[in-house]
Each structure stands twice: as C-alpha cells, then as structure tokens.
Design a protein around this ligand. Structure first.
Ligand code: NAD
Ligand code: IPM
Ligand code: MN
Length: 360
C-alpha cells in the first residue's frame, strides 16, 4: 500500500460540503489501486480570515509546498469578504507561488442528456444521435491579467483611472503551449486549438509566434486558431470539433464556465492546477455558490471528478477511471442534485457513488 498525504482546504460556501461528500468515494477508489490516504484538513478560508486576519500563513504555505502529495480545495469566495483578498492569497497565491502553470480543465459529456445543445446530427438526418463533447482546456495559470499589476489614480473621484496590465512572457506562454501539445500527443489527440485576441491586443502576437514555433515540433498534431470571441461562438455551434484548447489565464477562466455548461454545468466540472513533478492543487471549477451554501443541495460530482484528476496525477489511473465510471453510473441512475434536474441531496449523491464503488 502506498500512503498518500493530501491536504484538504474546504474553503467557503459549498466548498466544504462538496469536498466532504466526495472524500469517501475518492478514498475507496484509491484503496482499490493500492493507496491509502491521510487527509489533513486545514482551516483556511473566509471564516478563518475574518476570525484571525490570517489568509495563508507562511508556515502553512511551506507545509503545502514541501510536505503533502496534493492539495484538494473546495472553493474560495464569501460575501463578507467583498475584496476577495483571502482568495487572492490562498487560491491565486498557491497557483502562483507553487508555479502551477497548467490549469487543466476537461469538458467531457458524461451523459447525453446533460448537453444543452440540440442534437444537430440527428436533425441533419445522419442517423447518429447524441452530442460528443470531449475536449480539454489548458489555461495559463501564472500570469496574464491575474498578476494584478497596474496602477490607480484619483480613486473615488470623477477622474478615477484603473490600469490593469496583462503580462505575457515567452517562457510562460511557451510552456503552457508545450504542455497542451504534449498532452495531446500522449492522449492520442490530433488537434490543438489556440485562442487569443491578437487582432486587438498586440501583446497576443507572442501567442501566435510561439504557437507556430512550438507546434511545428509536433508534426503529427494539427494546429488551429480562433480569436477568443469566435472561439466562444464555435464552442456553442459545434463543440465536437475541439480536442485541446490552449489560451491565457483570463480567457481560460471564461471559457471554462462555458465549456462546463456544454457538459452539464459547474456541478460536474473538474480542474487540476499542475506543474509536472510537483504536488498539484485540485479544485472543482465552480465557486462557493453562496445562494445554495448550507442547504445540502450542491452537486458533489465536480469534486468527485476532481478527485479522479488528483488520483490520475498521483499515478493511480485505474482509481481515477473507477471514479469517473461511478459518476457516469450515478447520472444514468438518476442520482442527481437539483442543478441537474434531480432531487437528491449532496450527501446522498456522495454516498451513492461510494456505495457503488464498494459493490462494483
Ligand atoms: P459559482 O461557481 O459559485 O456559482 C455559479 C452558479 O453555479 C450559481 O448559480 C451556483 O449556484 C451554481 N453552482 C456552482 N457550483 C455548483 C454545484 N456544485 N452544484 C450546484 N450548483 C452549483 O460562481 P459565482 O456565483 O460567480 O461566485 C461565487 C463566489 O465563488 C465568488 O466569491 C467567486 O469569486 C467565487 N469563486 C471561487 C472559485 C474557486 O474557488 N475556484 C471559482 C469560481 C468562483
Ligand atoms: C476559477 C475562479 C477563480 C479564477 C477566481 C475565484 C479568482 O473563477 O478558478 O475559475 O478566476 O481563476
Ligand atoms: Mn472561474
């Protein structure tokens, strides 16, 4: 048995609810492939910040950096912290300071009725039914507009000026593009799409140049490009065309919610923040969902699927596949929370998935 040490930061709102509902299933799946998990629950989030003034203390950061195999995080965001400064330190802080430059966000349709798009091929009379949405977003995770560089003047006056600088540096653009191509090759995908806004933002020409240069080293993989506005349209028009999409931090954030909704919504969207060779940070794409927090109705599937990404990254692909299969089974059997049209509760779905793994 391999012993894994995983830090858990439930965080705010529905974060702790979905994480706790997902943990038993993740633990069972890991065990079936020979791993035990020691979960280390850490208190960081809005409550802790409001009580102590602490976001993520240096000692905790050092511990997360040096002493755990992975970090499993729920969500950050609380109406009592309107400036979101705790999330900046904890969530963005971990992404930046651990240099987790790949934000990996799969958009895979796990059940045909979760896609909100009409069935085009059926309408076209091809005889084929069901949409086939299955792509992955590689979101740059360490620079862009998210660094928060810029300046402000005349704050609070009629002449207020806020300048936000978008940072694009060659080594960082290059490594995320390379990661997208490497993943495509390793996973037998044949096409990588890059999206930028170089027609309006000259800085994005760097993305064009590096996409061409890096992509040329992968002659087995076709490159295509859309401006981000056109990409958004194409994602709705025919998402089947996409296999791997690589883009900058902000655009990646926006299209990951769009991509999530193509396959059922934020309740089923998982993500991994990675730097190959280092411990990763794993979190659902969704936030803390304040309006439904504490009601026991949040969908824990995104957290379970995030657990699958975590186990796969830790070297347990069979365990990951089991979790994926269990979520598909739950969807098939109608074990659904209200976001997916069902009436099951968070804990019911978590328990059903764990029971399924116990008896499978
Ligand atoms: P959100 O993702 O919290 O919610 C968007 C919508 O999706 C809401 O209608 C919500 O009810 C629904 N939803 C989200 N997750 C769900 C789940 N598991 N089950 C059922 N429904 C779900 O986004 P928001 O409302 O824009 O943000 C709320 C707070 O979360 C903000 O403070 C924001 O900054 C933060 N946030 C944090 C993260 C993160 O920690 N990774 C991600 C996004 C937003
Ligand atoms: C996400 C979230 C975060 C982001 C917020 C909470 C800062 O929306 O993980 O997608 O923008 O990266
Ligand atoms: Mn987001």
């Amino acid at each position: 048995m391999k012993a894994l040490r995983i830090a858990v930061i439930g965080g705010d709102g529905i974060g702790p609810e979905v994480i706790e509902a997902a943990i038993p299933a993740i633990e069972l799946a890991a065990k079936s492939e020979g791993a035990t998990i020691a979960w280390e629950r850490l208190p960081y989030g809005a409550d802790h910040y409001l009580k102590t003034g602490e976001t993520l203390p240096d000692a905790a950061f050092a511990h997360l950096k040096n002493a755990v195999d992975a970090i499993f995080l729920g969500a950050m965001g609380d109406p009592r912290v309107p400036g979101n400064e705790h999330a900046r330190d904890i969530l963005l802080g971990l992404r930046f300071r651990l240099d987790l430059y790949i934000n990996f966000r799969p958009c895979t349709l796990l059940h045909p009725d979760l896609c909100p798009l009409k069935d085009q091929r059926e309408n076209e009379g091809t005889g084929e039914r069901g949409r086939q949405v299955d792509f992955v977003i590689f979101r740059e995770n360490t620079e862009g507009l998210y660094l928060g560089r810029g300046s402000s003047k005349n704050v609070g006056t009629a002449d207020e000026e806020q300048i936000a600088e978008e940072v694009n540096t060659a080594p960082k653009v290059e490594r995320i593009i390379r990661a997208a191509f490497d993943w495509a090759r390793a996973n037998k995908r044949t096409r990588v799409t890059m999206a930028d806004k170089s027609n309006a933002i000259p800085a994005h020409r760097l993305w064009q140049r590096l996409f061409g240069e890096v992509g040329a080293k992968y002659p087995d993989i076709t490159r295509d490009h859309f401006y981000i506005d056109a990409l958004a349209m194409q994602m709705v028009k025919s998402p089947e065309q996409f296999q791997v999409i690589v883009t900058n931090n902000l655009f990646g954030d926006i299209i990951s919610d769009l991509g999530a909704q193509l396959v059922g919504g934020l309740g089923v969207a998982a993500s991994a923040n990675l730097h190959p060779g280092l411990a990763g940070l794993f979190e659902p794409v969704h936030g803390s969902a304040p309006p439904i927090a504490g009601k026991g109705i949040a969908n824990p599937m995104a957290a379970v699927l995030t657990g699958a990404l975590m186990l796969a990254d830790l070297g347990f692909p069979k365990a990951a596949a089991l979790l994926d299969g269990a979520v598909r089974a739950a969807l098939r059997e109608g074990q659904r929370t209200p976001d997916l049209g069902g009436s099951a509760r968070t804990a019911d779905v978590g328990r059903w998935i764990a029971d399924y793994l116990r008896t499978a």
